[in-house]
Design a protein around this ligand. Structure first.
Ligand code: ADP
Length: 528
């Protein structure tokens, strides 16, 4: 506001001079038009008067000048022609009036536009209100004097601060920016992108430079994504590894969206995130889960063994004692057959007791473990996949799921069925980790004959050799250096305890197919 008030005296001085000049021009034109016999449209020169007044920026004065010129034109016409109005004179008068009217309308419209513009400029120049405009990336694109006064910024400082904040944010979040423009494929990297790739600032950003840092196994993937972008995909999203010059491996995740530049070129603007730490944390978590599962299994087995040993030791010790006594009775010079028979009878009683103890432990174990209920087979398959998803991603396994519709309901223990699924999937993951070629896991659920639900887990791993096929489900059978050989054996116990069956095949095309069937629920179970 202050700025405007200071500028007012200068404006009014200019206005006076210009208004005076306009008045002189008007009088001269009127004198020539009214008092000289010239047969030309002298009144057309009134447009100069209108333009001069309009140049002062005063809309009311411009209005007045326009009407004044119209009046002077008509007065001049009347004064210069007594009674006889020739058609030429009328035409000249009409032309002059049209010229004045057109010029006045245009000048007034121009003044209205200038006034609107000036209001906006005034707003931006307010010294008591701070106005700061940010773009979509939160960069400051405009700030007024009020903002300068409030934040103490100069234009350059504000820009530098905005860029410094962006740089810091990128460094702290380990997120760089990469923009690619098509069709040329011209690229731009932010400082953080250079740091992630570990390139010097002089390196010219290019796909070749990215590929040179990409982990060899992931190059085809990265190139494929670049081709997708060149083909006009609306979004690209890729996660891959980088092989760094110091031998370390980084994990990065790049997400970019297609935009169109002002010049009409296609541009992908995106974020390159260094997710190495997150990946390591996920892997460590997956490893600890594996180890925990392993330890839990061993502990359970150990506990079971300990309780069996404890309960059975006593009758076995008694059998030994009775056996020894029976021998002594029989080895006498005159064998004491009655006594020996009693010892043998005692041995039989103790052996029966040992058998009962074992039966009891088994039944206790069964009662504790199984909680049969009506469960949705598709849902259990889905839940199990979620539990091992991190493992599938870590090994870059392509997963195909084909679920029966409508889903099948089985009467079984939810947790045990999950345990079977997880065991089969993890076995497949391990089989594929050791084999070369594509890693594809297919999980299918479907109706098998009437009244049975079938689950198939097929992989593209190393497959099952003929000699191993027969003993796969035997306890402690394993071909892995650190395997326990209990997984498939437990799976079989669980499936058979539910009245189902499990088997394995190695198809001609390679890989392994493990499948099991469970009877579908016919109302014997309750909802879980
Ligand atoms: P382990 O945990 O020791 O591997 P399992 O009972 O889970 O015990 O498996 C026993 C053996 O069966 C494995 O060592 C492996 O040789 C074989 N096996 C299991 N699943 C697969 C599969 N999907 N592909 C090839 N072999 C398999």
């Amino acid at each position: 506001m202050k700025t405007l008030r200071r500028s007012l005296p200068t404006v009014s001085l200019d206005t006076n001079v210009v208004s005076l000049l306009a008045a002189v021009v008007a009088l001269v034109v009127f004198a020539i038009d009214a008092f000289t016999p010239l047969d030309i449209a002298v009144a057309v020169f009134y447009v100069v008067v209108v333009l001069l007044v309009a140049s002062t920026g005063n809309r009311a004065a411009t209005h007045g000048a326009a009407w004044g010129c119209v009046v002077l034109t008509l007065l001049g016409f009347v004064l210069s022609h007594d009674d006889a109005y020739s058609s030429g004179a009328v035409a000249r008068c009409v032309v002059s009036l049209l010229a004045i009217a057109t010029t006045s309308i245009l000048a007034l419209r121009n003044l209205a536009a200038t006034a609107t513009l000036q209001e906006q400029v005034e707003l931006l120049n307010l010294e008591h209100d701070a106005i700061v405009v940010h773009d979509m990336n939160d960069r400051v694109t405009f700030w007024n004097r009020g903002a300068e006064a409030l934040y103490g910024w100069t234009a350059q400082q504000a820009l530098e601060r905005s860029e410094a904040l962006l740089r810091d944010a990128q460094r702290l979040s380990r997120t760089g920016s990469i923009a690619v423009r098509f069709p040329e494929g011209e690229m731009w990297w932010s400082d953080e992108a250079y740091r992630i790739f570990d390139y010097a600032r002089e390196t010219v950003p290019s796909v070749a430079a990215i590929l040179a840092r990409t982990y060899p196994d992931d190059r085809a993937l990265v190139l494929g994504v670049f081709e997708q972008a060149a083909g006009g995909a609306s979004q690209v999203d890729v996660e891959h590894r980088l092989a760094m010059p110091d031998g370390s491996v980084k994990h990065v995740h790049y997400v970019a969206y297609l935009t169109t530049t002002q010049s009409g070129e296609r541009e992908y603007v995106g974020a390159l995130m260094d997710v190495t730490e997150t990946k390591r944390a996920q892997e460590a978590l997956a490893r600890s889960n594996d180890e925990l599962a392993h330890v839990t299994r061993i502990t359970m087995l150990g506990e079971l063994a300990a309780s069996i040993a404890h309960e059975v030791t006593q009758p076995i010790a008694a059998i030994l004692t009775c056996g020894a006594a029976a021998l002594r009775w029989l080895n006498r010079p005159t064998p004491e057959l009655d006594e020996a028979a009693q010892s043998v009878a005692q041995m039989i009683r103790d052996a029966k007791r040992a058998d009962e103890v074992i039966q009891r432990i088994r039944s206790v174990a069964k009662r504790r473990d199984r909680l049969p209920a009506t469960v949705d087979v598709n849902a259990i398959v889905g839940e199990s996949i979620e539990l091992v998803r991190a493992e599938l991603e870590r090994h870059r396994i392509e997963l195909h799921v084909d679920l029966a519709a409508p889903s099948l309901m089985a009467c079984c223990d939810r947790v045990q069925l999950q345990q079977v699924m997880i065991n089969l999937i993890l076995n497949s993951v391990q089989a594929m980790a050791e084999a070369a070629g594509p890693r594809k896991l297919t999980i299918v659920t479907r109706q098998f004959d009437d009244g049975q639900a079938q689950v198939i887990v097929q992989d593209s791993g190393m497959g099952i050799s003929q000699e191993n096929a027969g003993c796969l489900f035997n306890p402690f059978f394993t071909t892995k250096a650190e395997g326990m050989g209990m997984g498939l054996s437990i799976c079989r116990s669980i499936v058979e305890a539910h009245g189902g069956g499990i088997w394995a095949e190695s198809p001609q095309a390679g890989g392994a197919v493990l499948q099991f069937i469970l009877p579908v629920d016919e109302g014997r179970c309750h909802e879980q």
